[in-house]
Design a protein around this ligand. Structure first.
Ligand SMILES: O=C(O)CCC(=O)C(=O)O
Ligand SMILES: [Fe+2]
Length: 316
C-alpha cells in the first residue's frame, strides 16, 4: 500500500537551497492530492476572451492548428460527438509555441493569447522547481535530474454548454494524468471531482487550485507517491473554465523507480528493466486520452479503460 505521503495539514517546506522560491504547502489529507497555496491566479478573463475569439474565428483556428498538424491545438470534437468529453480544449506547449507565425501571434495576442502564455511561462519558472523538490521529499528520491527540459503542456479547458450534448454531465471522463504532476486552476465553478476510494467521488471547491500527481510520479517514486484519479462533471447551462499546467519528465527518461529502496508494490518487468521511456508512455496514454476526448478513433476502445491499460503496463 502506498504510504500516506501528504499528511493532514502538514506544510512541507521546500529544502533549503540557494534559490529563493515561494513555499508550497501540501495541506490535503489525501495521499494523491495537494492543495497548494499558490499566489498565482490564472487570467480567466483572458482565457475566456481567447476561447470566445476562437469560437467565432474559424480561420484563425485553422491557422493555429496548422502549427501542430499532428494533433491540432484547439480541439472541438464535442461540437459533433455526444459520448466524448463535452468540452473544448486548447493545448499549447513551450516547444510548439515558437512555431506560431508572427502574424498569427499579432492577431491572437490581443484576444488573450499573450496574457495566457505569460501566465504559464511565469508559473512554470516560479513553481515547478519548488513543487519538484517538495515532491522529491515525498518520493524519497531526487526528481529534479529527470526534469531538466521542462517537458510541459499548457492546457485551457472550456466546459461550454454549447456542445453536441448540452445536457450531458460528462465534462471530462475519469482518468489519471500521465506525467509527474499537474496544477489545475479553476474559474470558481465547481465540477472537478477526485476519487477518494474506488467509486467515491469528492467534489473539489470551484475556487481551489490543486496539484495532482500522475503516473510518472508513481513509477519514479517506486510507488511511494500515488496518482490522483479525477473527472469533471458539468451542470446544464453552466460554463466552466480551467487552466492546467502538466509537468512530465524529459522524453528520453526511462520510467523506473529511481531510488535504491524496494518499490512499495511490484512493478512490471518492462518497468523494472527500464524498457519504457517517457515518450513511448506518453504515446500509449495519449491515444486513449484522445479517444476519451473525442479526437481519435480506436479499434479496441471499449475493451479497457484508459487507467486499466496503464495499470496493466505498470504493475507486475
Ligand atoms: O478542467 C479540469 O479541472 C481538469 C482537466 C483535466 O483533468 C485534464 O485536462 O487532464
Ligand atoms: Fe487530468
Amino acid at each position: 500500500m502506498a504510504t500516506n505521503i501528504i499528511n493532514k495539514a502538514t506544510p512541507i517546506a521546500p529544502p533549503p537551497g540557494p534559490v529563493e522560491a515561494p513555499a508550497v504547502s501540501f495541506l490535503s489529507y489525501k495521499s494523491t492530492t495537494a492543495s497548494v497555496n499558490l499566489e498565482a491566479k490564472a487570467p480567466f478573463s483572458a482565457i475566456q476572451a481567447l476561447f470566445d475569439y476562437l469560437h467565432t474565428h474559424p480561420d484563425d483556428v485553422a491557422k493555429l492548428n496548422a502549427t501542430y498538424p499532428h494533433r491540432g491545438v484547439i480541439k472541438t470534437a464535442a461540437l459533433h460527438k455526444t459520448e466524448s468529453d463535452q468540452k473544448f480544449t486548447i493545448d499549447l506547449s513551450p516547444m510548439r509555441n515558437s512555431r506560431i507565425p508572427e502574424a498569427l501571434r499579432e492577431s491572437l495576442d490581443p484576444h488573450g493569447l499573450a496574457e495566457v502564455l505569460d501566465f504559464f511561462n511565469a508559473l512554470s519558472a516560479q513553481y515547478v522547481p519548488t513543487i519538484l523538490s517538495s515532491l522529491s521529499i515525498l518520493a524519497g528520491t531526487d526528481l529534479a535530474a529527470a526534469h531538466t527540459s521542462y517537458n510541459m503542456n499548457y492546457r485551457l479547458c472550456d466546459y461550454n454548454p454549447n456542445t453536441a450534448a448540452p445536457d450531458s454531465s460528462n465534462g471530462c471522463g475519469a482518468h489519471t494524468d500521465y506525467g509527474t504532476f499537474s496544477i489545475i486552476f479553476q474559474d470558481g465553478t465547481p465540477g472537478l471531482e477526485l476519487e477518494e476510494t474506488p467509486g467515491t467521488w469528492v467534489p473539489v471547491p470551484g475556487d481551489a487550485t490543486v496539484v495532482l500527481t500522475g503516473w510518472c510520479a508513481v513509477i519514479l517514486s517506486g510507488g511511494l507517491v500515488s496518482a490522483a484519479k479525477h473527472r469533471v462533471r458539468r451542470a446544464p447551462g453552466v460554463r466552466r473554465l480551467s487552466a492546467v499546467l502538466f509537468v512530465a519528465p524529459d522524453l528520453y527518461v526511462k520510467l523506473k523507480p529511481l531510488g535504491d529502496s524496494q518499490p512499495v508494490r511490484p512493478f512490471s518487468e518492462t518497468i523494472m528493466r527500464g524498457d519504457l521511456d517517457v515518450e513511448t508512455f506518453k504515446d500509449v496514454m495519449g491515444k486513449r486520452w484522445r479517444y476519451r476526448e473525442g479526437n481519435e478513433e480506436m479499434d479496441n476502445a471499449d475493451s479497457l479503460s484508459q487507467d486499466n491499460e496503464i495499470e496493466n503496463m505498470v504493475w507486475g
